[in-house]
Design a protein around this ligand. Structure first.
Ligand SMILES: CC(=O)[C@@H](O)[C@H](O)COP(=O)(O)O
Ligand SMILES: NCC(=O)COP(=O)(O)O
Length: 243
């Protein structure tokens, strides 16, 4: 199983003071050396953390592992992605006022728009994934708009307030992962995963990649980033019995 390390919140700390440190690109290099299989970042429309210049510097610096650029499906973002050419774009919904991404992209209601949008990205050799809720209709719509992969939003699982609700959300993720895989899609997952809740999701065999940011960066304050990445990777590989 692959671990994509999301470096957004290194930039969140920097932007708290509008200064130059900590540098998310330096964080990406440390994560790469610590065993990250991919660097994920979200260029938000409001630029609350990652900035355009970070994206350019990431492209020039990170060569050994792929870049996964999360972005809203807007014209502005499409131009930037085509210019920068990350290995993958993950299309996510965005609401300016939200604290974090609250749900998956509603592919069902945007099919025509997304189909054209995705075609343009793919024409530029960028692979495209859709960040969706673990629902069969969203998976079917994802297939129809021509992507190879979906990332299942694990936020409902991560934020479940009781064990019963968490178990129910885990079942929903398992069912969706199986369904998407059977339909021929590559299946990734992420959002809100932590050192304590990651293993049940990591043990869903249809899921081949997890993207994790906030918890790794939060704990790197205490452990250092290298150790925080290593610990997360060890947990997910243990859950898969790949260690
Ligand atoms: C889509 C997604 O899940 C990420 O972009 C991530 O969580 C980044 O952090 P913020 O949502 O806090 O910007
Ligand atoms: N797509 C999910 C992601 O990149 C990381 O989300 P989080 O771990 O910061 O919640």
């Amino acid at each position: 199983m692959r671990l994509g390390v999301n470096i957004d919140h290194i930039a969140t700390v920097r932007e708290a003071r509008k200064t130059y440190e900590p540098d998310p690109v330096k964080g990406a290099l440390i994560a790469q050396d610590a065993g990250a299989d991919q660097i994920t970042f979200h260029l938000r429309e409001d630029r609350r953390h990652i900035q355009d210049e970070d994206v350019l510097r990431l492209r020039c610096t990170i060569k050994r592992i792929p870049l996964n650029m999360e972005m809203a499906p807007t014209e502005e973002m499409k131009k930037i992605a085509i210019d920068v050419k990350p290995e993958r774009v993950t299309l996510v919904p965005e609401k300016r006022e939200e604290v974090t991404t609250e749900g998956g992209l509603d592919v069902v209601s945007m099919k025509d728009y997304l189909e054209k949008y995705i075609k343009e990205l793919r024409k530029n050799n960028i692979s495209v994934a859709l960040f969706i809720d673990p629902e069969e209709d969203q998976i079917d719509a994802s297939l129809q708009v021509g992507v190879d992969a979906v990332e299942l939003h694990t936020g409902e699982y991560a934020n479940a307030s009781t064990d019963i609700k968490r178990k129910k959300e885990l079942e929903r993720l398992k069912k969706a992962a199986k369904y998407a895989k059977e339909k021929g899609l590559d299946v990734f997952a992420g959002h809100g995963l932590t050192y304590t809740n990651v293993q049940p999701v990591a043990s869903i065999m249809e899921i081949e990649e997890l993207n994790i940011g906030h918890s790794i960066i939060a704990n790197s304050i205490f452990w250092g980033l290298e150790e925080a990445v290593r610990k997360m990777k060890k947990l997910i590989l243990e859950a898969r019995r790949e260690l």
